[in-house]
Write a protein that binds this ligand. Structure first.
Ligand SMILES: Nc1ncnc2c1ncn2[C@@H]1O[C@H](COP(=O)(O)OP(=O)(O)OP(=O)(O)O)[C@@H](O)[C@H]1O
Length: 281
């Protein structure tokens, strides 16, 4: 199903709309429309509207428990919204009908939509009994149905891209945490998704291993083709990689803007307080 063109924020275009971001009409690759999510009495997301442009890099920052992960998990259909609509590349994932009933895409659509999204979590979840190469080849073989040769070629290319060409025959237990996370990134990228979600990809790593993973993500972002949703507590990283930063608090987007504006000129008191915690370190 195709969606009408929407006005979304994109720094690349030319026309100013009065703040530091600019509006341009393109079909968003991701569209959240009036999304709310509750767990029992706890409302975790409140009426979120968010469009992400093809190729746009969006960073979510905000206090622990503000709903960032939940927003990403909805996109992977790992969670169900309480209300609202989500579309990926014009395909309806969750759709709220006019009578209020929430409808999930059918299996055929879900398969297509999920194929367009890659996700890297805090924990890498590699298959321990498989070599690194097999770990990365598995989905292209089983989900995309590629031949062994094609899957291997793609996997080797990706492992080179994340700097692990010399580790293809190693097993996960033989790798450092940073190397394991780079394998997880290669495993997601090998599916050639249109959207990549990174949910605190370095927060489980020893501090000395964080840099190598962030550098790999920065290099992928610099290639420019994929949209990215980055959930991070690494403010310098968000500043370097993102086209747009969203500040989340208590399930709402409180403020959004270019990295320069958000970090140099935060408007809301809540964002100022949040950022001051990082500046003290
Ligand atoms: N399955 C669940 N059942 C009940 N509550 C949940 C569930 N998953 C998340 N929550 C609650 O929803 C709120 C938002 O959680 P979420 O993980 O989205 O926040 P976050 O901003 O990503 O936090 P962090 O930065 O710590 O990862 C939290 O209060 C959390 O405890």
């Amino acid at each position: 199903m195709s969606v009408p063109l929407k006005v979304i924020y994109n720094e690349e275009s030319t026309k100013s709309i009065g703040n530091d971001l600019r509006k341009v009409a393109v079909q968003p690759i991701v569209n959240y429309s009036n999304i709310s999510k509750s767990y029992g009495d706890l409302q975790v997301l409140r009426n979120i509207d968010l469009d992400i442009a093809p190729g746009e890099k969006v960073a979510l920052i905000g206090p622990s428990g503000s709903g960032k992960t939940t927003l990403a998990r909805l996109l992977m259909t790992l969670e169900e919204p309480t209300s609202g609509t989500i579309e990926v590349d014009g395909e309806m994932l969750w759709h709220q009908k006019t009578n209020g009933k929430l409808v999930k895409a059918n299996e055929k659509h879900l398969h297509k939509v999920r194929g367009n999204i890659g996700m890297v979590f805090q924990h890498f979840n590699l298959f321990p009994h498989m070599t690194i190469l097999r770990n990365v080849m598995e989905a292209p073989r089983n989900v995309l149905g590629l031949s062994k040769e094609e899957a291997m070629e793609r996997a080797v290319t990706m492992l080179k891209q994340v700097g692990l060409a010399n580790k293809i025959d190693a097993y996960p237990a033989q790798l450092s945490g940073g190397q394991k996370q780079r394998v997880a990134i290669a495993r997601a990228l090998v599916m050639r998704p249109k959207v990549m979600i990174f949910d605190e990809p370095t927060s489980a790593l020893d501090p000395e291993l964080v840099g190598e993973v962030l550098e790999v993500i920065k290099a992928i972002a610099a290639e420019g083709e994929m949209a990215m949703l980055l959930i991070t507590h690494e403010m310098d990283f968000a500043r370097d990689v993102a086209d747009r930063i969203l500040f989340f608090d208590q399930g709402r987007i409180i403020e959004q803007g270019s990295p320069k504006r958000i970090f140099n000129n935060p408007e809301s008191e809540r964002l100022q307080t949040f950022l001051s915690r990082f500046n003290r370190h």
